[in-house]
Design a protein around this ligand. Structure first.
Ligand SMILES: C[S@@+](CC[C@H](N)C(=O)[O-])C[C@H]1O[C@@H](n2cnc3c(N)ncnc32)[C@H](O)[C@@H]1O
Length: 319
């Protein structure tokens, strides 16, 4: 592949995202490690979700919107979206009224970890409402870059990314358990996988047992499919509902977990383990994990790296 291929891939990305992230800075593709001009062009670049066989399409019939005019007020006692979000703060009032976002549209630190319920197409509020963040698309600059030992990865642009900033939707195909199992076996042989189970803590505790769906970003996906694992991650996957009322099918969305320095690699945890959160309540210790993780050598390079992903999981289990 030549530098021309890199330009065509960049143009493909810009073309396929022009409607859902019109104001997003372009994604640069860089390689300072070897001569590969671009990552393998084996996927369709998209921010959208595709539904595999047997996976129900988003069901709008049970969706509810708020009646707010203009922007929703996080202190409102009548906004249905404030009320719905509060139910998901463990049904308690401990965290006060309001949305999961602050006025800068960042995740409020104490609330990060709960499922996000954004305003949707049925809401009366306008597009600038503070409870519309994921649906407005990426705003931060990122690049896709070759790494020394982990294949391609995602890096911050020249500006610092503040904690709680939305980075992207882990887009791709939503698969049922049978299909994700079959694909998991293939990817395991390749030593490269793009499967993440939608297995958040609150889904496992539902009274009615729902299927566990999986997102596969191999054939279709965006830059988030290049996010590598770190044992000291600076980003995290959260659950987000927008135009979806089926509890088992939230979007997997990536937010920064702390301030990310300019040009720092952006990584989340494939094991679902986040340092410092193990002893917190269950919601933190049970973030989504990679599907059938091929327990391989970890090259994240962080000081607390266990060397192999499985060791991190075993360490947590043994306490
Ligand atoms: C979702 S993909 C990430 C993008 C991938 N680096 C690429 O070039 O397409 C997951 C794969 O990246 C590699 N990887 C990610 N994090 C790693 C790490 N910390 N150490 C070693 N390999 C890693 C593994 O091959 C893993 O199966």
């Amino acid at each position: 592949m030549s530098g021309g291929t890199r330009q065509i891939l960049s143009a493909h990305i810009a073309h396929n995202t022009r409607e859902d992230e019109p104001n997003a800075p372009p994604i640069e593709i860089l390689n300072k490690v070897d001569n590969d001009p671009a990552p393998p062009w084996e996927f369709w670049y998209t921010n959208q979700m595709y539904h595999g066989p047997g996976v129900p399409l988003p069901d709008g019939s049970k969706m509810k919107g708020c009646d707010c005019v203009g922007k929703c007020d996080p202190r409102s006692k009548t906004c249905q979206c404030v009320a719905r979000q509060r139910v998901f703060f463990d049904g308690t009032d401990d965290h006060g009224l309001g949305f999961i976002y602050d006025k800068q549209r960042r995740l409020r630190p104490l609330l990060a970890g709960y499922a996000i319920w954004e305003c949707n197409d049925l809401c009366g509020c306008d597009e600038d409402c503070m409870n519309r963040v994921v649906q407005r698309g990426r705003t931060v600059q990122v690049s896709i870059q070759k790494t020394e030992n982990k294949g391609w990865g995602v890096f911050a642009g020249p500006k610092k990314i503040p904690r709680g900033t939305f980075l992207g939707v882990y887009a791709g195909e939503i698969l049922n358990e049978e299909d994700s199992h079959v694909r998991g076996q293939v990817y395991e042989k390749w030593g490269r996988t793009y499967l993440f189970d939608i297995d958040f803590y609150y889904l496992e505790r539902l009274e009615k047992k729902e299927p566990v769906y999986t997102v596969d970003a191999y054939h279709a996906g965006n830059f988030t499919r290049f996010l590598n694992h770190s044992c000291d991650p600076n980003a995290k996957l959260y659950a987000c509902y927008i135009n979806e009322s089926y509890i088992a099918k939230p979007l997997l969305v990536v937010f920064s977990l702390r301030d990310i320095e300019p040009h720092e690699e952006i990584c989340f945890s494939y094991t679902g383990i986040y340092p410092g959160e193990e002893d917190d309540d269950d919601r933190d210790a049970e973030a989504p994990a990679i599907k059938r993780a091929e327990w391989k050598k970890c090259y994240c390079g962080s000081a607390n790296c266990c060397g192999e992903w499985i060791r991190c999981v075993l360490k947590l289990e043994r306490g």
